[in-house]
Structure formats: C-alpha cells, structure tokens
Design a protein around this ligand. Structure first.
Ligand SMILES: [Zn+2]
Length: 372
C-alpha cells in the first residue's frame, strides 16, 4: 500500500472516530433539550399536551408521543447525518450515490426505523402497564421474537428496499462455491448477486436470512475478484456458520439487553417517583432513550470483543479450507476499497472494532502454517 493511501486511510479513520464521539454528544444534546429545555421539562409538558389531545387513551397517547419524539429527532439530525454519511463518503471517494439518491435512502431507512421503534416502544410501555416491574422479561421475549422475524425478513423485505439482487447465474467459481457450501452442510436457498456498486465503492459478502430465506449474498464488486479470492471469502462466511456465531452473538445480545432493561427499569422507577408519573407513562421516553444509549456504550467493548473473537475463528476456518495467500490478497483488496487502516490503537479496537484490525488479519493469513 502506498504512503498516500496510508495517509488518506488514517484521515478517514480519524474523522469516523470523531463522528463516533459527536454521535454521542449529539444525542445527549437532543435529550438534554427535551429534559431541561423550555424553562422547565419540555418533554413532560409535551407529554401532558399529548395526553390531553388523546383524552388519556394509553395506546393513542403513547404512539403519538413516540412519533413526535422520533420525528423531532429525525429533523434535528438530518443535516448532521447528511454531513456524516454522505459528504464524508463523497470527500473520500467512497460513494457512487447522488445527494438525492442518498436522501431517498435516508427517508426509506428513517421510515423503517420509525415503524420498528414505534412497535418496540409500544410493546415496552404496554409490558410496563400489564406486568409492572417484571416488564423487562416480556420486553426481552419480544426482543427475541423481533430478532427472529427481522432475521427472516431481512433478505426478502428489507434489503430489496435499498439494493437490487438476483440469483447468481453464470460465474466462473459458482460450482466451487456451491461445493464448499454443500460440504459444510449449510442449507441455503441460493447464491445471490447484490448490486451495491451503484451506491458504494465498498465490497461485501454475507450469509443472511433464516430458514426458508437463508441465502449467500455477494456484492457485484466482490464478484469481480479473482475466483480463488472469492472462494476464500466464502470460506470465511462458512466459518461463521460452522462456529454458530450468529446464535452465539444473538444469545450474548439478548442477555445484555435483559440486564440493560432491568437497570433501565430502576432508573425509570426513580424518575417516575420524582415527577409523579405512573410507571408506564411514555413521558419517561427521553430518560429511557438516554439510559439505553448509555447501556449500549457500556457494553460495546463486550459485544465488539466477542464479535472480534468470532471473526478470528471464521478467518482460521477460511485459512484451513482455502488458500491462505488468496485470503490475504482478498483482505488487502477489501482494505483498499474500504479505505481501512492497517493498524489501530488498542483502545480504539476494543471499543469500536467488530473485526480485528485488517493488518492483523492479513498478517495471520500470510504467516499461516496450518497450526490452528
Ligand atoms: Zn466475518
């Protein structure tokens, strides 16, 4: 990699890390405005108004308040997201989208998240109403069901909102990929080509869906790689399947969500006592979101650490079942396309990296002696 590439990748990395910090500050500012703005507690005044409008109907007032909260946040964050997700990618020549195309995707993903969050918060507050302090157990069960449903629907309903895909027909390594999948005992409905290059310069491969929707997706840019590199990347994806990583990660997330919701419950209980609210009133929403975001930050090193462990295992599987030098060169190509830095500080890796730094992965592949 050239010195010029290295400097550019380091600048990109620095900007993304700064944005990670500013994401937290940005959300904090928004919540502080709601909790302390307007002379008194702006959110509680708004909640009082919503209850009046909805004649204190639980479902209507909860849904309307959640929708107002989400709409306010989206409007508040639109310029910031445009800068972070579009202008930065454009500056580093990583996107193929127009500003209008980006805005269209932003609207689609915002509508999707508004609907999902509306359903999630309605479920949480309804659980508080019917189960009291044990609501977090019902909410945890709801979380598991949501993960399964989303996992099934992702490749057939959500991904098509953003990318076109079609079953891979002719490709020089299609047979070899299918053989590898079959040998691993992985049941899929097909190999798919994902048209990502009209939007991004980054390449990707994934095993997604559950049961009848499970499939392997390879981005069009990745399908241009030399066949032995595609096979090595596929072997990595199969490594995730063989290691049952999706289930292990889901179990870890569920345990952490349950613990998080239990702790949030204590905070909400205290807040309701202080401001004379019933436990299930959605007026606590900004406090709920603040506590949940803080919890996510606290557990980030744990989830990222476990994810890095899974990635290393999948790498080792790929190295055992494919050509190690082809895997190293595929990783190098991915690093170039994604403008990834070879090495990161240990602290940044612990907090922010779901994969080991790419330099480490390439080093492991190049020096592979089949000893793991
Ligand atoms: Zn992986």
């Amino acid at each position: 990699m050239t010195e010029e590439f290295k400097i550019k990748a380091e600048r990109y990395e620095r900007i993304r890390n700064i944005f990670f910090l500013s994401d937290q500050i940005f959300l904090l500012l928004f919540l502080a405005l709601l909790l302390f703005g307007g002379g008194n507690c702006l959110s509680l005044r708004c909640w009082g108004w919503v209850q009046n409008v909805c004649k204190a109907n639980f479902w209507l007032s909860t849904a309307l308040f959640v929708l107002i909260f989400e709409a306010a946040y989206l409007l508040f964050s639109l310029p910031y997201e445009y800068l972070k997700d579009y202008r930065v990618e454009l500056k580093f020549d990583l996107t193929n989208q127009t500003a209008f195309g980006w805005l269209l995707d932003f609207v689609k993903s915002s509508l999707l998240s508004v609907l999902l969050l509306l359903a999630a918060f309605l479920f949480c507050y309804a659980s508080m109403r019917y189960f009291g302090k044990l609501w977090f157990l019902a909410a945890g069960a709801g979380w598991i069901v949501l993960q399964i449903v989303l996992g099934m629907l992702f490749p057939v309903l959500i991904l098509p909102l953003f990318y076109k895909s079609e079953e891979l027909k002719e490709h020089p390594c299609k047979e070899e990929l299918l053989k590898l999948i079959d040998k691993a005992g992985l049941k899929i409905t097909g190999l798919y080509r994902l048209d990502m290059s009209e939007k991004t310069k980054k390449a990707n491969a994934m095993l997604c869906g559950l049961g009848a929707t499970r499939r392997v997706m390879l981005s069009d840019a990745l399908l241009e790689y030399p066949p032995e590199e595609i096979v090595a990347i596929m072997a990595h994806e199969i490594g995730h399947y063989k290691g049952r990583h999706i289930w292990k990660l889901a179990a870890l997330h569920t345990a952490l969500i349950l613990l998080g919701l239990f702790l949030i419950s204590q905070v909400l209980w205290w807040y309701c006592g202080k401001f004379g609210l019933d436990f299930y009133e959605a007026g606590t929403l900004p406090v709920f979101v603040a506590a949940f975001s803080l919890w996510q930050l606290v557990v980030m090193p744990v989830t990222n650490g476990f994810s890095r462990k899974c990635e290393s295992e999948a790498d080792a599987f790929a190295l055992r079942h494919a050509d190690n030098l082809a895997f190293a060169s595929a990783l190098r190509r991915l690093a170039e396309e994604n403008l990834a830095v070879m090495e990161v500080s240990r602290l940044v890796e612990i907090f922010l990296y779901s994969h080991p730094a790419i330099g480490k992965r390439i080093g492991m592949a190049e020096n592979w002696k089949g000893n793991l």
